[in-house]
Design a protein around this ligand. Structure first.
Ligand code: ADP
Ligand code: MG
Length: 210
């Protein structure tokens, strides 16, 4: 499978939405330990709105799907983290302009520009105990793979390992930084969401495209 269209991109977003929905309470519990306990609820509401917006598109194109997702995350999640999650998708829209079919290479470039945008907006680096700890290794693994199938698999594994790595970290940013050493032992919820997103994409690919 060398390239995917708007239908497949929409299906990938739907798979991510279903995964964060089923993990909503677990994500809230992670955020209760490190922040204010709302992460599962807010990411779930945002992804549900993204799916509804994609379903309502009259002329689905890859860029329209990505833009609808960006807007839902920005508008529905709110707060600093909504802007950061949203900027990941918003930055990628430019990589999809006037494109009907998305190759693995283009998707890899889109993920890189999304990561750059997240880093620029949130100022987080790997090791700061944020979503960047899962996203950065996932994006690198995706780009290093030869095709979509291998890329989703490698990215999912890397994202989960990155999310797990946050457990032993103290936080330099976000609400968790106020906990100091007490943040150690708790996995970052945003990084866990990134792992769930890539795992959902990988599972969808295995079931539908492999
Ligand atoms: P809020 O902190 O506004 O309640 P959420 O609970 O939805 O937002 O999301 C918290 C997640 O946001 C954290 O687990 C972390 O991964 C991510 N995050 C917080 N600050 C930053 C930042 N500056 N850069 C990147 N990600 C961040
Ligand atoms: Mg929160």
């Amino acid at each position: 499978m060398s390239a995917i269209g708007a239908d497949e991109l929409g299906a990938l977003i739907r798979a991510m939405a279903e995964r964060v929905a089923s993990e909503r309470e677990a994500l809230n519990r992670l955020d209760a330990a490190l922040g204010d306990g709302d992460h599962g609820t807010s990411i779930n509401a945002a992804f549900a709105e993204a799916v509804a917006a994609i379903d309502a598109l009259e002329q689905p194109s890859p860029s329209a799907v990505w833009l609808a997702t960006a807007k839902a995350l920005m508008n529905r999640m709110g707060g600093a983290s909504g802007a950061i999650f949203g900027s990941f998708f918003l930055k990628g829209v430019a990589n999809l302009r006037d494109i009907d079919r998305v190759s693995h290479n283009r998707m890899a470039g889109l993920l890189v520009s999304g990561l750059d945008s997240v880093k620029a907006r949130g100022k987080a680096r790997v090791g700061d105990k944020t979503m960047v700890d899962a996203l950065a290794p996932a994006v690198a693994a995706f780009g290093a793979a030869a095709d979509f199938g291998a890329a989703w698999a490698a990215a999912a594994t890397a994202a989960r390992a990155g999310a797990e790595s946050t457990r032993e970290m103290t936080a330099k940013l976000g609400r968790a930084k106020f906990l100091g050493e007490r943040a150690i032992g708790h996995t970052d919820p945003g990084a866990t969401t990134i792992a769930l997103m890539f795992e959902a994409a990988h599972d969808w690919w295995k079931e539908n495209k492999a």
